[in-house]
Ligand binder design. Structure first.
Ligand SMILES: Nc1ncnc2c1ncn2[C@@H]1O[C@H](COP(=O)(O)OP(=O)(O)O)[C@@H](O)[C@H]1O
Ligand SMILES: [Mg+2]
Length: 263
């Protein structure tokens, strides 16, 4: 089969039409077949649990690169909807919170524990032994859990199709305390501005990211009836772990967030 039109692009992949009603997520060079199989398995788990996610058809290799054939979700990422209609940011944020609480009601076995995962990422970060030690101590005191976590839940990984939000890109899925996942969403949102050059655009991204974050957390707390006191502790740990992902533009803000751990 021949690749069709390019329908999307992510940090790790290019997404092409693939016959009727399907897309091929073709991984960038360097991403292993095992990583693609892992993402496909995680998505299958979420689908079997009844969550709004694309159906997985198969994992293939093409042009020496692994690829996953998914159901084509007709629509645009929530990120694009927000940019096109900024006054609706709060509405999208609340809808995202609603679907995120549904993910957290699911319990699954066989996925990596988020605290293990964070621990090894903190150890790989270049924060220095003293800060790493403080972060790991804080991590130890945070709750364990068995909920399904997406752990990359942000507006580029949410596709709005009609009135329904579909969650894509389950590469990072793991299990643990839901607030670890909420913290990661908050963190990614507060880092968005650093991926934009300083100037008016950065100011706008900062503003709408904050609106998105505030509305999302408020609605999440409302529906889940969960206190969010430990959220700031999770954010500092998740920030320290994010350092290991190596985005140069995030280093300074992440250092500040991770250092908040000792205060
Ligand atoms: N099943 C799908 N149906 C429709 N669009 C998709 C689908 N999967 C991905 N996309 C589009 O491609 C973009 C990148 O996909 P994603 O899975 O997040 O890749 P990456 O892992 O590289 O971040 C998404 O933002 C979305 O626009
Ligand atoms: Mg993605």
């Amino acid at each position: 089969m021949q690749k069709g039109r390019l329908v999307g692009r992510g940090a790790r992949s290019d997404i092409y039409e693939w016959g009727k009603g399907r897309v091929l997520k073709l991984m960038k060079p360097g991403i292993s077949l095992d990583a693609a199989k892992n993402e496909a398995r995680n998505t299958d788990l979420a689908f079997a649990a009844g969550l709004p996610v694309p159906r997985v058809y198969e994992v293939i290799e093409m042009e020496g690169r692994p690829g996953i054939v998914y159901e084509h979700i007709k629509g645009d990422p929530v990120d694009r909807h927000i940019k096109a209609a900024t006054w609706r940011t709060g509405e999208f944020a609340r809808q995202a919170a609603e679907v995120h609480t549904r993910v957290h009601q699911i319990t699954v076995a066989g996925l990596r524990d988020v605290k293990h995962r964070l621990r090894s990422a903190v150890l790989r970060s270049k924060l220095g032994e003293a800060v790493q030690g403080q972060v790991l101590q804080r991590l130890q005191g945070l709750p364990d859990g068995t909920a399904l976590l997406h752990f990359d839940f942000h507006p580029l990984n949410l596709v709005l199709s009609g009135q329904r939000i579909y969650i894509i890109d389950w590469d990072n899925a793991c299990t643990g305390d839901p607030l670890a996942d909420v913290a990661r969403t908050c963190l990614i949102s507060s880092l968005a501005e650093y991926h934009v050059r300083p100037g008016l655009k950065r100011i706008l991204v900062r503003h709408f990211s904050r609106v998105m974050r505030d509305e999302y957390v408020k609605r999440y707390a409302e529906i889940s009836a969960k206190g969010t006191e430990s959220l700031r502790h999770w954010i500092s740990v998740v920030a320290a772990a994010r350092m290991a992902e190596g985005f140069a533009e995030e280093v300074e803000p992440l250092k500040c967030l991770a250092a908040a751990v000792s205060s």
